[in-house]
Design a protein around this ligand. Sequence first.
Ligand code: C2E
Ligand code: MG
Ligand code: MG
Ligand code: MG
Length: 289
Amino acid sequence: WAKEDGKARWTLFDPERNAHRMTRQALSSTLRPAVEREEFVLDYQPLVGLVDGVVKGVEALVRWEHPRFGRLSPNRFISLAEENGAIVPLGRWVLRTACRQARAWQLAHPHNPLIVSVNVAVRQVWDSDLVADVAAILAETGLPPHLLELELTESAVMGSAGRPLQALLRLSEMGVAIAIDDFGTGYSNLAYLSRLPVSTLKLDGSFVQGFRAEEHPNPADETIVQALVELAHRLGLTVTAECVESAEQAERLARIGCDTGQGWFYSRPVPPEQISAMIGGHPAATGAP
Ligand code: C2E
Ligand code: MG
Ligand code: MG
Ligand code: MG
């Protein structure tokens, strides 16, 4: 009946919605102190060669160990942190923690270098000195720049004259790799991207999801991915597919020529101790397709 009464009343009196809003406010206002108290942890998810099944790198994914709400996924707080600016200190913590961990892996497995990928929010490029932060953290942790990759979204780099472009150029001069995350969800412009110092496209999971349903196969999805991969390769970019959940998807992606896969088929995001066991070998449970 609430809906029939009109949207305004529904919005005003829905207790669930109100609780949701209060939780958002509570989370938003405690983000900064939570960074200071280091209430966050990083899980890591392998990026696996689609043909050889070797773990090439890992993506660092942040989680909030909230004292009251338990473990929170980044979808609950990253956008809040972007809104209120807490993403800058949080992002710095993520970068430092991931680089420190990657350096420890490098020292423990010198013959199997792992690239660590770190997500970077738009605001870190615009409102902070990302280049100085990266340089300081690499120096402090001893991680060689070529073992670090930064994942930026299309919106962070598209139309990026000025500051973001300068930052990308300087990072790539330092030897840090740049990947475009969730590629295909924004204002995709491969011609423009190819002129930026970008080395990898991470195809958004929605592309691979079209591969899934055997009962409703969608050949268009596969054709589009194949064309994207071919074009990206001609432009000198490597391609990672997100959300690889089945052996069938991994096989089809490999056949299409996609380079790297990431997803539950290989491994969920896991604590760093579990990554150590995979280094130099095949991912724990499933193995290569
Ligand atoms: P993303 O960078 O695109 O990361 C991939 C997301 O897909 C992760 O969600 C991962 O757990 C999930 N995923 C991996 N494999 C599969 C699969 O096979 N199937 C499905 N359905 N999902 C899969 P997560 O960890 O919840 O992170 C969500 C988003 O939060 C990330 O998307 C990224 O945009 C953001 N994020 C995470 N950590 C950070 C961070 O440190 N800084 C910033 N700025 N953003 C972050
Ligand atoms: Mg990412
Ligand atoms: Mg992604
Ligand atoms: Mg995604």
